[in-house]
Ligand binder design. Structure first.
Ligand SMILES: C[S@@+](CC[C@H](N)C(=O)[O-])C[C@H]1O[C@@H](n2cnc3c(N)ncnc32)[C@H](O)[C@@H]1O
Length: 303
C-alpha cells in the first residue's frame, strides 16, 4: 500500500460498527491479541467490505467481508478515511480475481493457496466445482479465522503458516512432483512486511518446488517506501513496518532461474489517465510501480 495518491476523503463516513456484534467482536479480537503485522489484516478487510461506496466501479462484490467485520465489531472508520489504500485494495482484489479466473479456466481442478490469507475469501469467486483451496496464515490469524470463515466444503482447507521459516512448501503439503497439476499461489499485503532475505527465500522455495506452469501472484511496493510505514495513514498506527520493496520488477525473477515474470501491473491503472501519467513520470526514478502486482511463473527444467 503506497503513500497516498488520493486527496483526503471529503466527508467523514458514518461509524461502521455493528452494535449488536460489538461485545462478541471485542472478545474475538481481544482474544486474538494480534501483533502489529497480523493486525493489518483489518485494513484490506475494511476496504473489501465498504470500499464500493467510494469506488463503485471497483466494487469486488465480497459477500462475506461485511459480515466478518460485523462479527468482529471492529471500528474501521479510520481505515476508510484512507481512500488511496481503499482504492488500492479494491484494484488489487479485482486484478487477482481476474488472474485467478484465468488460471482456473486453464486448470479447473487445480489447487489454489492464499499465503497470508488474513480474512480474505477468494474461493467465493474462484470455486470451479472441482478445484481445491488452501487458506494459510500465522497461527493467531488462523485461530481468529476459524470461527469466522471455516472451510465450507471438503475441497477447502486451513493451515498454519510462517513464511519466515523455510520448508513451508512441504509443511503445507503442496505438490512437489514435476508432473503434478500447476498450483496458483496468492500472496497479497504480506511480503512487504518481511526482510528482503526472507522474501527471496519465499520466492526461491516456490521456484524450487512448484510444478511447471504454476503461478504466484504477489503485490509489490517501491523500495522507496521501505522504512516509511509510520507515514502511511492506515499501516502507521498499527506499528507494522515496510521492510521489503523493489527497485526493478526484474529483481523478482532474478531470484531463481526457474522463475519468470509473466505480468506486471501498476495500481496507476486504477487512477485513470492521471495515475498512468504520474506512473510514467515516476518510473525512471522508482524503477518499478509505486505499488503493483507481479505474476510469476515457473518453468520446467532443473531445480
Ligand atoms: C495486510 S494483511 C493481508 C491479509 C490478506 N492477504 C488480505 O489481503 O486481506 C498481512 C497478512 O500477512 C500475514 N503475515 C505476516 N507475516 C507472515 C508470515 N511470516 N507468515 C505468514 N503470514 C504472514 C499476517 O498475519 C496478515 O494476515
Amino acid at each position: 500500500m503506497p503513500p497516498s495518491l488520493v486527496p483526503a476523503r471529503p466527508a467523514p463516513p458514518a461509524a461502521r460498527r455493528a452494535p449488536r456484534a460489538q461485545a462478541a467482536s471485542s472478545c474475538l479480537l481481544a482474544e486474538a491479541q494480534l501483533p502489529a503485522v497480523p493486525s493489518t489484516l483489518l485494513i484490506p478487510l475494511a476496504a473489501r467490505a465498504h470500499g464500493a461506496q467510494y469506488f463503485p466501479w471497483l466494487a469486488c462484490q465480497d459477500a462475506v467481508a461485511m459480515q466478518v467485520l460485523a462479527a468482529l465489531g471492529a471500528d474501521v472508520s479510520a481505515y476508510l478515511d484512507d481512500l488511496s489504500t481503499v482504492l488500492n485494495v479494491l484494484w488489487r482484489t479485482r486484478a487477482i480475481k481476474e488472474l485467478g479466473q484465468e488460471f482456473f479456466a486453464r486448470h479447473p481442478s487445480a489447487l489454489g493457496a492464499n499465503l497470508g490469507c488474513g480474512l480474505t475469501h477468494y474461493f467465493q469467486w474462484l470455486d470451479t466445482g472441482t478445484n481445491h483451496w488452501l487458506d494459510a496464515d500465522l497461527p493467531p490469524v488462523m485461530a481468529l479465522r476459524k470461527p469466522l470463515l471455516p472451510p465450507q466444503c471438503p475441497r477447502m482447507r486451513h493451515a498454519d503458516l510462517d513464511l519466515s521459516q523455510t520448508g513451508w512448501w512441504q509443511r503445507l503439503g503442496l505438490p512437489t512432483q514435476r508432473s503434478a497439476t500447476p498450483v496458483l499461489l496468492l500472496c497479497e499485503g504480506v511480503l512487504m512486511y518481511l526482510p528482503p532475505a526472507q522474501v527471496h527465500a519465499v520466492l526461491a522455495e516456490f521456484a524450487q518446488h512448484a510444478p511447471p506452469g504454476s503461478r504466484m501472484v504477489l503485490d509489490v511496493m517501491t523500495r522507496q517506501a521501505v522504512g516509511c510505514a509510520a507515514r502511511h495513514a492506515s499501516v502507521g498506527p498499527t506499528g507494522a513496518e515496510f521492510r521489503w520493496g523493489v527497485g526493478r520488477m526484474a529483481e523478482l525473477a532474478a531470484v531463481h532461474p526457474r522463475l519468470h515474470l509473466l505480468r506486471e501491473q501498476s495500481v496507476a491503472e486504477g487512477y485513470g489517465w492521471a495515475g498512468i501519467a504520474m506512473d510514467m513520470w515516476w518510473r525512471p526514478w522508482l524503477g518499478a510501480p509505486l505499488y503493483g502486482l507481479a505474476t510469476l511463473g515457473v518453468r520446467g527444467g532443473p531445480p
